[in-house]
Write a protein that binds this ligand. Structure first.
Ligand code: TRP
Ligand code: SF4
Length: 534
């Protein structure tokens, strides 16, 4: 974790008018599995908050300057640690956005969400990266390099056609990016098989290249920080969250120093022990002089032991802290910031000791600073690390979007063409697919006028909210309200959506053609097959 704390100077304004909930929160279905190579469905997004610690995006919407419509409409529903990115955006500081695409088929309107997210961050001043996960497609999905080249080209063209600026941002593919591969190798030193097994269900049959594609993705995620640590957001679907958790862990494990809060010279084990020690420390009376000692804290803890245990600290934690306090006896107890040397070289550790301002105490494995705040300590640790050849990674952030419902109901699947719209679909086919889509409409027109349609369950409404209404909230709200108010009937509604879709596809494909002519000038190799076998 970094020292970034939530900004407090923002009122919670709540989400604005339009909120979509496009038919994905089916009652009763409660299967939540996050599997990057499994089927991409989530039946209940709320569970992701409780089970996996993904945070609700709505809560920080007021902190994001000029939020994208996908944010305003709740399509981007969750995040991990997005605050540092939002802050950098507000303050005009350096930040980055990166996402990757496995070139296993045509890019479709689900991928467009991610393309738009990258592009929006680029327009907000971020350094943007779009990568083609060709090593992953080859190892995890078994595509040939010829197939991969074709799809890679298609993804790149759509990303460009939608507004990615290749002069400002970077496009790359995993297989030709030597820096990414080198970083993957370094990160691999910090991860072992048991861990991948636990996270991804890998087993003895999993090929080594598939495992390698995992560390490659870890390297992708940290690549924007290779020159310099900075807030980085990875926009993805929630199926990629296991990758994010691992990447955040690895980023922390690579760090030279760990900064914690401490109260005495001894080191506590678990986070729980530190909490308890903090609570006991807080409970002690202000010392008249500097004479508050560990044995005083031990006495206080012994006296209130039952209270602490009923507050949730388990007996072993209490016992552990008590023993440490008793052993420290006469040692003064005082709040301090501690630097633990994890991967630091001796020189880096010495340089850190030297650089700590104010009162400090040096131990074998750590140094305690009495006049530095946690945030100052984090900054210092990072600075010394970077000066001594470390990466100083910040934990990467992520934002998560909802998956679109398939046009035929159920999930959008690339193996069922009628369920999704490819960005390469003929505009007429796009039109037809929308016309044939399932709706949230009632049995008869009368019923619809009386009860209203179920926009929240309607894949066509989703098309408006996720794509067709674009930035126009008023239009999206109008469709929604006319639908649920019974003024809008499905026939006309689909006709309008189908026309807008055909228009969108036509424009998009024109843009793609323009870019196709300029593709050779770009710094991305779209003909890898010729150089490889396998
Ligand atoms: N695993 C991602 C997918 O299945 C692709 C990917 C590779 C990626 N590297 C990445 C996504 C880095 C985000 C960031 O689509
Ligand atoms: Fe869906 Fe439109 Fe019918 Fe409403 S009127 S249920 S939004 S197709």
């Amino acid at each position: 974790m970094t020292a970034d704390s939530p900004d407090s100077d923002f009122e919670d304004l709540g989400p604005e008018g339009v909120v979509t909930d496009g038919g994905v929160d089916a009652e009763g279905a409660d299967d939540v599995a996050l599997d990057p190579w499994g089927s991409a469905t989530v039946s209940d997004y709320r569970k992701l908050f409780a089970e996996f610690g993904i945070e609700e995006f709505d809560e920080l919407l007021p902190e994001v300057p000029d939020p994208h419509y996908l944010m305003r409409r709740g399509v981007i529903f969750g995040h991990r640690d997005y605050r540092p990115v939002a802050r950098a955006m507000r303050e005009g500081e350096d930040f980055a956005a990166l996402s990757g695409f496995m070139p296993t088929g045509d890019p479709h309107i689900g991928h467009k969400l991610v393309f738009d997210e990258i592009i929006w961050h680029q327009q907000q001043g971020g350094d943007a990266y779009g990568l083609i996960a060709d090593l992953e497609a080859h190892s995890a999905r078994g595509l040939t390099w010829d197939e991969i080249d074709t799809h890679a080209r298609d993804y790149v063209l759509s990303l460009l056609a939608l507004g990615f600026d290749p002069e400002e941002g970077e496009l790359y593919r995993q297989s030709t990016n030597r820096d990414v591969q080198d970083l993957a190798f370094e990160l691999g030193v910090e991860a072992n098989f048991s861990e991948l097994q636990a996270i991804y269900d890998f087993d003895g049959e999993t090929d080594v290249s598939h495992m390698q594609s995992v560390v490659t993705q870890m390297a992708d995620i940290l690549y924007p920080q290779l020159d310099e640590p900075r807030p980085t957001v990875i926009p993805v679907g929630p199926d990629q969250d296991p990758h994010m958790r691992l990447a955040r862990d690895l980023a922390a494990r690579m760090r030279y120093f760990r900064v914690t809060e401490a109260f005495a010279g001894f080191e506590v084990g678990e986070e729980d022990e530190r909490d308890l020690l903090g609570a006991v420390y807080e409970s002690l009376d202000e010392p008249a002089d500097d004479a508050l000692r560990c044995e005083d804290a031990a006495e206080a803890l012994r006296a209130d032991r039952a209270d602490y245990e009923s507050a949730g600290y388990d007996a072993a934690t209490v016992e552990g802290v008590l023993t440490k306090l008793e052993n420290a006896g006469m040692e003064p107890i005082r709040r301090r910031t501690r630097f633990l040397g994890r991967n630091a070289t001796d020189e880096a550790f010495d340089a850190l000791i030297e650089a700590v301002d104010g009162e400090k105490r040096v131990y074998d494995e750590h140094v305690d600073a009495f006049d530095l705040s946690r945030a100052e300590a984090e900054d210092l640790a990072r600075e010394i690390e970077v000066d001594h050849g470390g990466y100083g990674f910040r934990a990467p952030s992520s934002i998560y979007h909802r998956f679109m419902t398939g046009l035929t109901g159920g999930k959008m699947s690339s193996s069922v063409p009628a369920s999704h719209i490819s960005l390469l679909d003929d505009p007429e086919d796009g039109y037809d697919k929308v016309k044939a889509a399932t709706t949230g409409g009632r049995e008869t027109a009368e019923e619809q006028r009386e009860l209203g349609g179920e926009a929240d369950e309607c894949p066509v409404y989703e098309l408006y909210a996720y794509l067709l209404a674009g930035d126009d909230d008023e239009f999206a709200t109008e469709v929604y309200e006319e639908c649920v108010g019974g003024e809008r009937l499905c026939g006309g509604c689909k006709e309008q959506a189908a026309e807008l879709m055909a228009e969108f596809l036509e424009d998009h494909q024109d843009e793609r053609e323009d870019w196709a002519e300029k593709l050779d000038d770009l710094d991305i190799d779209l003909d890898v097959a010729a150089d490889r076998r396998g």
